[in-house]
Design a protein around this ligand. Structure first.
Ligand code: NAD
Length: 328
């Protein structure tokens, strides 16, 4: 920890400037300049300093904002319900602390729906009378980008639902490892720059002004959030099962787990399996399963209090991303 307030102020200033620059490259240009774990470590340090020196907190800080600025030429969409970020932890001990916080707030132990954390970008799908009306990215959480025309070329997104319902679902748009390798090979052969990883390839392919570009790329989705589920759907687990019945592509590995010991086993299982999955995951997500309890717990300005991501430790051999000089 910094020794004095003055030193902390200096470090906070440097961290914010550095993280802002990295976030801009990542969210707005789909071209990260450092590995995620480097970003995550600096972000965690900023959080630590802001907690130790509350006088240094600021609404401008990246710890209080979602995503990046929405300055692409795509049309803008105002989200009726904000699209938030997610808190993260890096150890089982921190996960246990999250569980303690939830139990303290609720007053009793809760069951969690545990899901894979897909490394892509958030996508909102709005249906009117059963027809896809609008698709949008998260953007800065309040305002996203309209990608409706592009989403028409994602094969697993239903254009029409079996029921004429008006509703919104959200999930992750991602590129499979196979599609990513193929795309980068083609780009390399054409002398074009290659994407750093499937997440950035997915974002770069979806956030296109020309839908024909999206059409040529193979994007997929996993849908995991139902914004306004019909009466009778009381849990996250049930919501996912029902969304699958409506034709959405949902991930088959989600599980409702009653205690932390089972959650730890799930983490160990998917730490072993992650390389063999056909898509990239960067962790697992723990969600309070009961939707009414989720509503009770609510959100901070940036993250829901009822869910947390456990991020896997960095892999030894990671995709090399270009390093740039940065100044603060
Ligand atoms: P996040 O990506 O860590 O977590 C939130 C997102 O997880 C959600 O918005 C959703 O899109 C996604 N998600 C995937 N599977 C999900 C599931 N099953 N349920 C719910 N959500 C699921 O948070 P963020 O705010 O988008 O980004 C922060 C992270 O982005 C950082 O922790 C860092 O790893 C990375 N980042 C990296 C750089 C860099 O320079 N490398 C810069 C900025 C951010």
């Amino acid at each position: 920890m910094a020794e004095s307030l003055e030193e902390a102020k200096q470090e906070v200033r440097q961290l914010r400037a550095q993280l802002d620059q990295w976030a801009k490259a990542y969210y707005e240009q789909d071209a990260p300049v450092v590995e995620d774990h480097v970003y995550d470590e600096k972000y965690a340090r900023l959080l630590e300093l802001e907690a130790a020196y509350p006088e240094l907190k600021s609404a401008d800080s990246i710890t209080q904002r979602v995503g990046g600025e929405v300055n692409s030429d795509l049309p803008k969409v105002e989200h009726q319900v904000p699209m938030l970020s997610m808190g993260d932890v890096f150890s089982k001990e921190e996960l246990a602390e999250f569980d303690q916080r939830v139990q303290k707030a609720i007053g009793h132990p809760v069951a969690y729906n545990v899901e894979l954390k897909i490394d892509g970008l958030s996508l909102s799908l709005e249906y009117e009378e059963g027809r896809l009306k609008r698709a949008s990215t998260r953007g800065n959480g309040q305002v996203g980008e309209d990608v409706t025309k592009n989403v028409k070329y994602i094969k697993d997104v239903p254009q029409k639902l079996p029921k004429a319902i008006t509703t919104e679902v959200r999930g992750e748009c991602y590129m499979s490892k196979e599609a990513f390798a193929k795309l980068n090979q083609e780009r390399d052969e054409a002398g074009e720059s290659i994407f750093a990883n499937p997440r950035n390839a997915a974002a770069g392919s979806l956030r296109q002004l020309d839908p024909k570009v999206t059409k040529k790329r193979q994007l997929s989705t996993f849908i995991y959030t139902w914004i306004n589920p019909p009466a009778g759907i009381d849990s996250q687990h049930q919501a996912i099962c029902e969304m699958a019945k409506l034709g959405f592509h949902t991930n088959e590995n989600g599980r409702r787990l009653e205690n932390l010991a089972d959650v730890y086993d799930y983490i160990d299982e998917f730490t072993k399996k992650r390389d063999s999955l056909p898509y990239v995951i960067d962790g697992i997500v723990l969600k309070v399963d009961d939707l009414a309890l989720q509503a009770d717990l609510g959100n901070t300005v940036k993250v829901p209090r009822w869910e947390i991501a456990y991020k896997f430790p960095p892999e030894e051999e990671e995709t090399v991303v270009r390093e740039i000089e940065w100044t603060v």
